[in-house]
Ligand binder design. Structure first.
Ligand SMILES: *Cc1c(COP(=O)(O)O)cnc(C)c1O
Length: 394
């Protein structure tokens, strides 16, 4: 429980979060401990961030060593870690040019600017962006402008002009919005925040075809569904549909704040040039050390293969649960990003799960979201199902 002193100090923060009454203190593997020493099995991973779980020795050592040397240089100077992180990230993402940001939102901002710059250079007169209903891309004005959820948008209107919303997984609704002014289509290959909805193969291929035909850029937001979570390094790879620009964040730094947007060489040629974009912190030595070390560990420990295996198991176990209980209306997801839709309040189940020592979160549409650290084992999935079953039937 949170003590009074903490509650008092909390009053200094802007109240934009409904925090749970839990004060977390430390973590080990896939378990978190609160200040009273209560242990929680973590199926939230700090909102799909801590893919390698907590207290990874190699990552801690690398970060500590970097802190002892240098945390920040600004981007006016070279730093070894920056190039190394970029090279490794491009190798696994299939992109050619990357820019490091401090968050996912900023990665989305950069992606939108990159698309606009591409159109500007080509003097195509294009500026419109097609985004998806039910999407989530972050909280800045630009990111909110392409986020298809009314409650996040309305208080901040008017937003960016030139954004149109299509229905996710409905290719005709995208086609209907394409005009000679369209410069980009932005989508999540799997909508996370929106309730765990994967794109269909037909939708991804169809969007690629529309983009190819009209010199429109396809932007994939891989911030939540990327970095191994679906059982592929990035979610688009399963579809074989490569975007022109992609955004990353969350798990690429395993908890050190870092994001990135990246593009193919063909896009880079006409897009951002010196002076067009920048960030004081973006990709500083500490952030880049996190990225390169995380990728090293992913590769050596075959994390993505592991996700394929245990993801299938999680799917099976959740399907069993959905069969057993009528109030679970659907299971959706891929790999280790799964959701179950309930006919009873998901928020209550989350609270009861906490009492059972299990951390889960919700997503839109009364959905419980499962985004555990990617190192989760089948035994730990069994442990989760036991706790969940108690929480969901209580
Ligand atoms: C979390 C998220 C963002 C925003 O990332 P922040 O780091 O919170 O700014 C953008 N897009 C998607 C798909 C996300 O899940």
């Amino acid at each position: 429980m949170v003590n009074n002193q903490m509650k008092e100090a909390e009053k200094n923060l802007l109240h934009v979060y409904n925090r749970f009454p839990i004060a977390l203190d430390h973590g080990e593997g896939v378990y978190l401990y609160d200040m009273n020493g209560k242990k929680y099995l973590d199926f939230a991973a700090g909102i799909a961030v801590c893919g390698l779980g907590y207290s990874n020795q190699e990552l801690k050592d690398a970060l500590k060593a970097q802190i002892d040397k240098l945390c920040h240089t600004s981007n006016l100077y070279f730093h070894e870690s920056c190039g190394e992180a970029a090279k490794k990230l491009n190798q696994i993402s299939g992109m050619d040019r990357v820019f490091f940001t401090n968050s996912g939102t900023e990665a989305v901002e950069g992606a939108l600017k990159s698309a606009r710059k591409y159109a500007y250079t080509k003097q195509s007169g294009r500026y419109e962006i097609i985004a998806m209903e039910n999407s989530f891309h972050g909280r800045s004005v630009g990111a909110v402008s392409v986020t298809g959820t009314e409650q996040y948008r309305t208080p901040f209107e008017p937003l960016l002009p030139g954004v149109k919303f299509a229905e996710y997984n409905n290719l005709d609704s995208v086609k209907a919005l394409v005009s000679d002014k369209t410069c980009a289509v932005i989508l999540e290959p799997l909508q996370g925040e929106g309730g765990i909805y994967p794109a269909t193969q037909k939708f991804m291929e169809g969007i690629r075809a529309i983009c190819d035909k009209n010199d429109i850029l396809m932007i994939c937001d891989e911030i939540q569904c990327g970095m191994g979570r679906t059982g592929y390094p990035f979610a688009w790879q399963e579809y074989g549909v490569k975007p022109d620009i992609m955004t990353m964040a969350k798990a690429i730094g395993n908890g050190i704040p870092v994001g990135a947007f990246a593009m193919t060489e063909e896009v880079a040629e006409f897009s951002m040039k010196a002076g067009d974009h920048g960030s004081t912190y973006g990709g500083n030595p500490l952030a880049c050390t996190a990225v390169k070390t995380v990728i090293d560990i992913f590769e050596r420990e075959h994390i993505v293969d592991h996700v394929k295996e245990v993801g299938a198991y999680l799917e099976t176990r959740l399907n069993e649960l959905a069969e057993k209980y009528e109030f679970i209306t659907e299971r959706r997801g891929k790999g280790l990003i799964q959701g179950i839709e309930l006919e009873k309040p998901a928020g209550d189940v989350v609270k009861r799960a906490q009492e059972e020592g299990l951390l889960i979160i919700t997503a839109k549409g009364n959905t419980i979201r499962f985004v555990p650290p990617l190192i989760i084992t089948e035994e730990q999935i069994d442990e989760m199902i036991e706790k969940l079953e108690r929480a969901v039937t209580a």
